[in-house]
Unconditional design. Sequence first.
Length: 583
Amino acid sequence: MQARHRGRLVAVLTAVVTACAVAVPILTAHAAAAVCGTANAAQGKPVTASSVEAGSPFVATSAVDGDAGTRWSSVPGDPQWLRVDLGSTQSVCGATLNWEAAYATAYQIQVSADGNAWTQVYSTTTSTGGVQNVTFTGSGRYIRVYTTARATQWGVSLWEFAVRTGSDTENPPTNGDVLLSYKKPGTASTQQNDPNCTGCTTDKAFDFDPATRWATATDVGWVDPGWIQVDLGATAQIHKVVLQWDPAYGKSFEIQVSPNGTGNWTPIYSTTTGTGFKQTLTVNGSGRYVRMYGTGRGSPYGYSLWEFQVWGTGGAPNPQPVIPPDPRNPKQLVWSDEFNTPNGTKPDANKWRPEVGTGQNAELQYYTNNNNTFTDGNGNLVLEARREVTPGSACPVDPVSGSGTCQYTSSRLITHGKATWTYGRVEANIKVSGTKGLWPAFWMLGSNILDNGTPWPNSGEIDIMEHLGREPNTAYQTIHGPAYSGGGGIGAPLALPGGADYMNAFHKFTLDWDSKGIKMSIDDQQVIAIDKATVEATRGPWVFDHPFFIILNNAVGGDWPGPPDASTVFPQRMLVDYVRVYQ
């Protein structure tokens, strides 16, 4: 699929905005209880299997690599097993099994202290395959899936086996530890502030903002060692360090503590096999200063961290940032527009404002000041794309480009400045426009893109619905963030059965969103579930724990859908029955 990049309107706002593409889904693996962690404790750990399909690349390590596009597959026959060495005794509390079509109808989850004597903690004889989230209680260094009955004549095959342990790396700890490094002063070997990474300064690693980062400078060359340190304000007991790496990560590095920050550095953690992405390190040390001291880079570039968090007791911590609570029962309607107004009524100015001007992404339309937006008297909002009889007559001179010509006009509405939300259920019932060159969408952007100029994709983008006129029976649902945007966005399509066209009927597009991840569905059929911890551990920082606003638009042309042609019919109406938000 061709990637696309949707931008802000240059005539009004200069911040860059959105993009879309399709990637293999990353599937949800939620914790079993409040004390159950969300990170995948099995990822990258040593793994063995009873067998591997002859002559295939489907080896055991593929089931714990964090990549839902690779898999382990056994030879035919029962029983089969996949065993993971967690490295130390762990309290295990849940697992996610993402089965390939060759799944097991009967299997057990077993734990062991030594890899020889096994204790069953979960069992089923009625497995249906697919993605299964199971919960249990147990303890051991080793954990395995032990299958006893296959659903097919083939072996058994897992895309991914994720394990949850009792140490929660996402929620505040319960032993009195707090975030000591928040907004504390830092220094580094170098810092970058150039067009390639504007404002990638030391303080960005300690701001609890996953959309900003520190990077070593390029003007002196990417060299070793590279380091960053933080002054906690007073002596502290350090128990945990969280590193969210940019692709420029440290393969060999130490976490060190010092009483004065100028010498006497004591290592409390050391590795020569750093994996990048998110690393949550359990440590034990004492000092006022803490630093990451990199001696070997995992890429040709320097060192870069989205987040460098130090957790423990003591120090002189600033008040911790507030983490938004999850909706307890996201079924309470908190905002809606039903569009039940007389024919020709303009959108409610208390809820929506139009974005006026030309689009980016090679889009061809000019978004008007509600000239193309009105209710139809049947309970629907209309966003109408038109081919102008006299090109240019409907659009004034663009103050940026100086152009005053346009062949097409259309509509784009946003709730920014009216309403934003963090978490909950967001849904709309929509009948899309159609024919080649049309690009209707229902999506959300992080409000910080307009509030403080956070660039796209660091602001975050959630595409709840995108439709291409040239693919009439397919709709797309995707998210974008740092290191997974454009062609690397995380998403999936849904094709209607029998080749049906989305433009022929209304369809419900839904987002369910909380601090653990995002699920999206079409007509109550789940299309994709995206787990926050898995994204952080395999793709990059998660930038969806802050307010977002809603966008409705009906674009013409663009680098993803392509331009209209002789088969395109105008005008084209995108009809919105309702938009609702539940929290």
